[in-house]
Write a protein that binds this ligand. Structure first.
Ligand code: NAP
Length: 278
């Protein structure tokens, strides 16, 4: 059986956060407190939990967390006004609009309203385009987390076949671009892909970003594959079927404790980066 490496997201996240402490201290000596504004629209319990977790992570590190909670009846125009105010506020360094917003709001328009200098979650088309071209300030946090895990564990993408399952604007597409920039040969699969297992069986690296619990099966994978599971479904279940994928993998992220904690640490890092750039 292949030797296994469990890719421990808590170890990677702590390393990222530890490296931020002296940088935050240096900013505070200049009377600058890095500040992340989070906007939550409506009462979706999962979104409320994510925003709370992000706020707590900020507080633990000495980053200010400014939480803006808008009612579910908020219009696109009202949300845009809130974003414009935060863009103008020089004490705010990063803005995160929690996805998803209620259906009647034009989410894309709201994302685009975030100033690119404060787009610490890489949701604007400018941010995405710059990331794809290799000079972006802030890639989306989950794709950045996946690359950070690979860096920490010396997993080199160059020349490898990376198969990303999912093509969402915040996850599948940007992680495909980042892996391509790392010189992987990238295949991006989605709901219209015909015969997904055919692509997965030649994958050296698999990124699971489907939003379906236990979707990727170990029997579709080749021995020695690296499995990076971004999935986070109710009940703390990933998008890869852990036990069967574990059998095939040389390295695998668990859920929970894999990509999730690193995603939050990348958000903190991007906020500190943004405060320093100011
Ligand atoms: P999403 O917007 O729903 O996108 C899902 C993607 O999967 C879509 O591109 C879809 O294809 C594709 N897909 C759906 N069914 C498929 C199938 N049968 N075969 C192949 N592809 C299929 O989801 P997301 O926001 O990218 O999130 C994906 C997962 O990551 C979720 O589990 C989410 O909870 C998790 N997530 C985790 C973090 C974290 O911090 N760990 C952050 C964000 C998201 P189409 O484009 O064709 O519809």
């Amino acid at each position: 059986m292949t030797e296994k490496l469990i890719l421990d997201g808590n170890v990677v996240a702590n390393e990222v956060k530890d490296a931020l402490k002296s940088r935050i201290q240096a900013l505070k000596e200049k009377n600058i407190t890095p500040c992340l504004a989070t906007i939550l629209v409506g009462d979706d319990p999962s979104s409320a939990t994510y925003v709370k977790m992000k706020g707590n992570a900020c507080n633990r590190l000495g980053i200010e967390s400014r939480k803006i909670h808008l009612p579910k009846e908020t219009t696109t125009e009202e949300l845009l006004n809130t974003i414009h105010e935060l863009n103008e506020d020089s004490s705010v360094h990063g803005i995160l609009l929690q996805h998803p917003v209620p259906d009647h709001i034009d989410e894309r328009q709201a994302f685009e309203a975030i100033s690119v200098e404060k787009d610490v979650d890489g949701v604007t088309s400018w941010g995405y385009g710059q990331t794809a071209l290799g000079f972006g300030l802030y890639p989306s946090c989950t794709p950045a987390a996946i690359l950070q895990i690979m860096k920490h564990y010396n997993i080199d993408a160059e020349g490898k076949h990376a198969v990303v399952v999912g093509r969402s604007p915040i996850l599948g597409k940007p992680v495909s671009a980042l892996l391509l920039n790392e010189n992987a040969t990238v295949t991006t699969c989605h709901s219209r892909t015909t015969d997904l297992p055919q692509f997965l069986k030649t994958a050296d690296i698999v990124v699971a970003a489907v939003g379906k619990p236990n979707f990727i099966k170990g029997e579709w994978l080749k021995d020695g594959v690296v499995v990076l599971d971004a999935g986070y479904n109710p009940g703390n279940i990933g998008d890869a079927d852990y036990s069967s994928c574990y059998e095939k993998a040389s390295a695998i992220t668990p859920v929970p404790g894999g990509v999730g904690p690193v995603t939050i640490s990348m958000l903190l890092k991007h906020t500190v980066d943004a405060a320093e750039r100011r």
